[in-house]
Ligand binder design. Structure first.
Ligand SMILES: Nc1ncnc2c1ncn2[C@@H]1O[C@H](COP(=O)(O)OP(=O)(O)OP(=O)(O)O)[C@@H](O)[C@H]1O
Ligand SMILES: [Mg+2]
Length: 254
């Protein structure tokens, strides 16, 4: 198997090394992995995801994406971000645009600047955008402004937009935190199918243990700045849960 993302002894802090959020994370995510990150609030799940596309830079250690070390180098970052799609809890769609226009925005990094500015897309690009909306069951909403859609529909537009980017990696930071249980499961199973069918590496942070258990082909958990658990969803035990969410750090450490 080939590594999609590798963390080697990654230390990251927003406020100096004595308040490090990540304190020596070692982790290899293989190509095509469907990986869920658990951890109490503030344990660094979002930080870990941001290290992958270089939004935050570790002060020690290295993060490697598809064989390229994430650095501050602009062209490296552009290359990594081009192939790394992001799905957000708050959808991050452009509200005044339609569902189709939002999906087409996912193709923008590949379009010459003037065409992006004019919003001029070819018939083939529009057809591809419509096909992506069809894949998420929203072909009949293509021309509707996204601020008129439900949360679940918005997140499906978010998925179609990310696929328009033709990513090799999808990072999703709490993608179902604002959704009801049925819609949440719909979104998670779509992401898992995408990973299986297209071989895309998917890394998702979640707070819902039951979803992690049923969808996580691999579950990792952060505790006190390090990787505390690395297991299969089906093998996530009460001891694991106690360790991740235990009330006192002493108890959590077991
Ligand atoms: N931009 C920032 N500036 C300063 N500190 C930050 C910043 N982002 C996060 N932090 C701090 O880093 C720590 C880890 O935050 P992070 O958002 O990665 O945690 P998380 O596990 O994603 O939490 P949650 O489950 O609440 O989303 C927290 O203590 C947080 O306050
Ligand atoms: Mg977070």
């Amino acid at each position: 198997m080939t590594a999609a993302i590798t963390f080697e002894d990654v230390h990251q802090s927003y406020r100096g090394p004595d308040q490090a959020v990540l304190r020596g994370v070692d982790l290899t995510i293989e190509e095509g992995d469907f990986c869920i990150i658990l951890g109490r609030s503030g344990m660094g799940k979002s930080t870990l995801l941001r290290c992958v596309n270089g939004l935050v830079q570790p002060y020690q250690g290295t993060v490697t994406v598809a064989g390229r070390q994430v650095s501050r180098h602009k062209s490296t970052l552009r290359g990594i971000r081009r192939r790394t799609g992001v799905i957000f809890q708050g959808y991050n769609l452009v509200n005044r645009l339609t569902a189709l226009q939002n999906v087409l925005c996912g193709m923008l990094p590949d379009l010459p600047g003037y065409r992006a500015l004019l919003g001029a897309f070819t018939a083939a690009e529009i057809e591809r955008g419509l096909a992506l909306l069809r894949d998420v069951g929203l072909e009949n909403r293509a021309d509707q402004r996204v601020d008129q859609l439900s949360g679940g529909q918005k997140q499906r537009v978010g998925i179609a937009r990310v696929l328009a980017q033709e990513p090799t990696i999808i990072l999703a930071d709490e993608p179902v935190a604002s959704l009801d249980p049925v819609t949440s499961e719909d979104i998670l199973s779509r992401l898992r199918s995408i990973s299986r069918e297209k071989g895309i590496t998917v890394v998702i942070s979640l707070h819902q243990i039951e979803y992690a258990r049923s969808y996580g082909e691999r579950i990792i958990a952060l505790l006190d700045g390090r990787l505390a658990i690395d297991t299969r969803g089906s093998e996530l035990s009460p001891e694991h849960i106690d360790r991740i969410y235990g009330l006192s750090p002493e108890r959590a450490r077991g």
